[in-house]
Design a binder for this molecule. Sequence first.
Ligand code: NDP
Length: 301
Amino acid sequence: MAAEILDGKAIAGEIRQEVAADVQAFTASGAPAPCLAAVLVGEDPASQVYVRNKSRACEKAGIEGRTHRLPADAGQDALLGLVAELNADPNVNGILVQLPLPSLKDEAGQAMYDEREVLDAVDPLKDVDAFSPVNVGLLMQGRPRFLPCTPHGIVQLLLRTGHLCSGKNVCVVGRSDIVGKPMAMMLAQKNGSCGPEVANATVTLAHSRTADLAAVCRSAEILIAAVGRPKMITADMVRPGAVVIDVGINRVDDRLVGDVDFDAVAEVAAAITPVPGGVGPLTIAMLLHNTVMAAKLQSGR
Ligand code: NDP
C-alpha cells in the first residue's frame, strides 16, 4: 500500500480535546455547561447507536447530552410539539433530530413524518446540524453561522493533514443536502470560513446522472465520495497521487465498508481515509464544536 492513511479518529480526538478546553473556559466564566438535546423517534438500531455515541461524546467534552425519545408512531404533531418545547427551553443550546424518521404511513396511506417540516421547525440558533434554510442560506452566501458537521469535519481533516484545496480540482460524488452539496459549496467559497487554503477549489459536483463518472473522478486531485454504495469508487477512477476522502458508511456482511474500494485505491492514491476511523469520528467532533458555538451565541459570550 502506497497511500498515507488519513487518521480521522486521531484528528477527531484532537478536536474533541479543543472543544473540552473551550467548554471549560466557557463554564469558568460562569456560564452553565452547553446542552445538546437529541430527538430519537422509533427504535432504529443504527440511529440508537448514533445517538448513544453522540451523547457519550458530549459527556466526555463536558457538554450535557440529553436524549428525548418518541415512539415510532408518535406522529408529526407530537414531534413538532417536542421541537417547539426544546426551542423554547433556555437550558437547551443545540437540537439534533436523528434521521431518518420512521417511514410509517397513517391509515390514509400518507407518510406519518415530513422530515423537511421538522428540520425547518428547529430554531436556527439551535440548529447545530446546520440543516435549517437560514443556516444553509448563510453558508451559501459565504457567511456561515454553523457549518454542517460532516463537510466541516472533512475540511478540518484536509487542513490538519496539510492537503489544501486552493486552486485544485476537487470532485465531490453525491449531491445530498447533508454532505455533497454543502461540501461542494464550502470548498468553492472565495473566503472560506476555515481559511483560504481549504476554500478556492475548482469543484465538480457529480451524481447519478453524471456522464462518464470515471473520467470526471480521474480529473480530481481531491476526490470525495458521498454516495452510499459499497466500494463503487474503484482504482481506475482515481488519478494517481490523488487524495481520496471516503464518506460512505455501508454495512456489508456485518462489516462497515466505505464507498471506495480501499485496498485497490490505496495503491494509486497519495492519501486516503479508512472506513471506519475516517470521516465518521470527525462528524461527531464537529457536532460538539457547533454545540459550544450555539451556547456562546445564545449567551452572547
Ligand atoms: P444520499 O442517499 O442522500 O445521496 C447519495 C448521492 O449519491 C445522491 O446525490 C445520488 O445521486 C448519488 N449517487 C447514487 N448512486 C450513484 C452512482 N451510481 N453514481 C454517482 N452518484 C450516485 O446519501 P448521503 O449523502 O446522506 O450519504 C452518502 C453516504 O455517506 C452514505 O453511505 C451515508 O451512510 C454516509 N454518511 C456518512 C457520514 C459520516 O459521518 N461519515 C455522515 C452522513 C452520511 P442523485 O442525487 O442523482 O440521486
